[in-house]
Design a protein around this ligand. Structure first.
Ligand SMILES: *Cc1c(COP(=O)(O)O)cnc(C)c1O
Length: 394
């Protein structure tokens, strides 16, 4: 499909493959393998498995549709879908790096990503230097001769720090490092990192791409040579493949992506402004607020502030802060107490004891996750109802 079409058109139209039956909605191909007319055809198709359907660990038409649609929305040449966001991170590292290589990563990361970089990849000889994502000199100074990858999440989870993608891409380029951006918090509806100089966009499709809290999924979007020659051989051999069923759910989710994310951002801004004026709240972290330290960068590189609002409660000791945070969470009747985000339903979490509970206290402190912090992922409910829901425990 013509990639010059508007985002909203691509979101509902791009990537669609129609079978001989002429179905209007995308078909769900629940099949593990594909049949051949002859032994010779089987041989030919296995030899060129990028171009044909042979086995669903390699490719599946429903997954192809999802990959093409997401590539169009991110403005990338190619996409490889994976079973989850974490398997996308595993796949990009396993495809691009080897023992002895070095990574420079933002220190403000999703908890499991931090765990992969600091505890798992190190066992295979891949080391990571963590930097403050907003400090450009820190990125520059962390580069070593063996640095092969830069990894960034912006806005970060859960503190919504915003890093300058374009500026960091220049540092990555001069270091000859592959620049990977986790675009989970914004989704391509609000931010397109490839257009700002990133080499690879990574997604947890579990979040806004599904948008309704149903399935796990992940993806990597980048240049055709990188995705097809580096990532595809790894994914098809190692098997962190996206299931056809999940791809089909994600295709349907993407169709309403920009409508959802724009409304969720508007709701989030309203709630963030209200929290900022509340006496029990010490600080609000939301890129759409003028008080956000990187408000200007966010305004430049994002279409809106996104759906994630984090806020810190007052309290004299860590114990008191935790008690205050838990009281707000337990006082809600509408918000769902759950770790997921990007859902149409507002979710509320205490990062220090859940998503970031397994990392060391020092790593948590370095990432700025205090006991008084609450992460809200604002959904599509009425913003006034959510405000009242939070007010009960504040
Ligand atoms: C959830 C999340 C991930 C991991 O994705 P899964 O689909 O849960 O594996 C990675 N990065 C960010 C920013 C996330 O929010």
């Amino acid at each position: 499909m013509d990639d010059s079409l508007d985002f909203d058109t691509l979101a509902v139209r791009s990537g669609t493959l129609r079978s001989e039956f002429g179905e209007h909605s995308e078909a769900l191909f629940l099949t593990s393998s594909f049949v051949f007319a002859s032994a010779a055809e089987a041989a030919e198709r296995f030899k060129n498995s990028e171009d044909y359907y042979t086995y669903s660990r390699f490719t599946n038409p429903t997954v192809t549709m999802f990959q093409e649609r997401l590539a169009a929305l991110e403005g990338g040449e190619a996409c490889m879908a994976t079973a989850s966001g974490m398997s996308a991170i595993m796949s990009v590292v396993m495809s691009a790096l080897q023992a002895g290589d070095h990574l420079v990563s933002s220190q403000s990361l999703f908890g499991s990503t931090l765990g992969m970089f600091s505890q798992i990849f190190t066992r295979f000889g891949i080391t990571t230097t963590f930097v403050d994502p907003t400090d450009l000199d820190a990125w520059k100074n962390a580069v070593r001769p063996e640095t092969k990858m830069f990894f960034l999440e912006t806005p970060s989870n859960p503190l919504t720090e915003v890093a300058d993608i374009e500026a960091i891409s220049k540092i990555a380029k001069s270091a000859n490092a592959l620049f990977v951006v986790d675009n989970c918090f914004c989704s391509p509806a609000l931010q397109q990192p490839l257009k700002l100089g990133a080499d690879v966009v990574m997604h947890s499709a579990t979040k806004f791409l599904d948008g309704q809290g149903r399935v796990l999924g992940g993806a990597l979007v980048g240049s055709k040579p990188f995705i097809m020659e580096k990532v595809f051989p790894f994914v098809r051999s190692a098997g962190p493949t996206l299931s056809a069923f999940n791809a089909w759910i994600l295709l349907k989710g993407i169709e309403t992506l920009s409508v959802r994310v724009e409304r969720q951002s508007a709701n989030a801004l309203e709630i963030a402004r209200w929290l900022e004026g509340h006496p029990a709240v010490k600080r609000v972290f939301y890129p759409g607020l003028e008080s956000h330290p990187q408000y200007e960068i966010a305004k430049r590189q994002q279409k809106a502030g996104g759906a994630i609002v984090s806020f810190e409660l007052k309290g004299d000791t860590p114990e008191q802060m935790r008690a205050n945070a838990w009281r707000v969470i337990d006082g809600t009747k509408i918000c769902s107490i759950t770790g997921n985000l990007g859902d149409t339903r507002t979710t509320i979490t205490h990062p220090a004891s859940t998503t970031h509970g397994r990392i060391t206290a020092e790593a948590r402190a370095a990432a700025g996750i205090t006991e008084g912090l609450i992460r809200l992922a604002v959904g599509l409910e009425n913003a006034g109802d959510i405000r009242e829901d939070l007010a009960r425990g504040l």
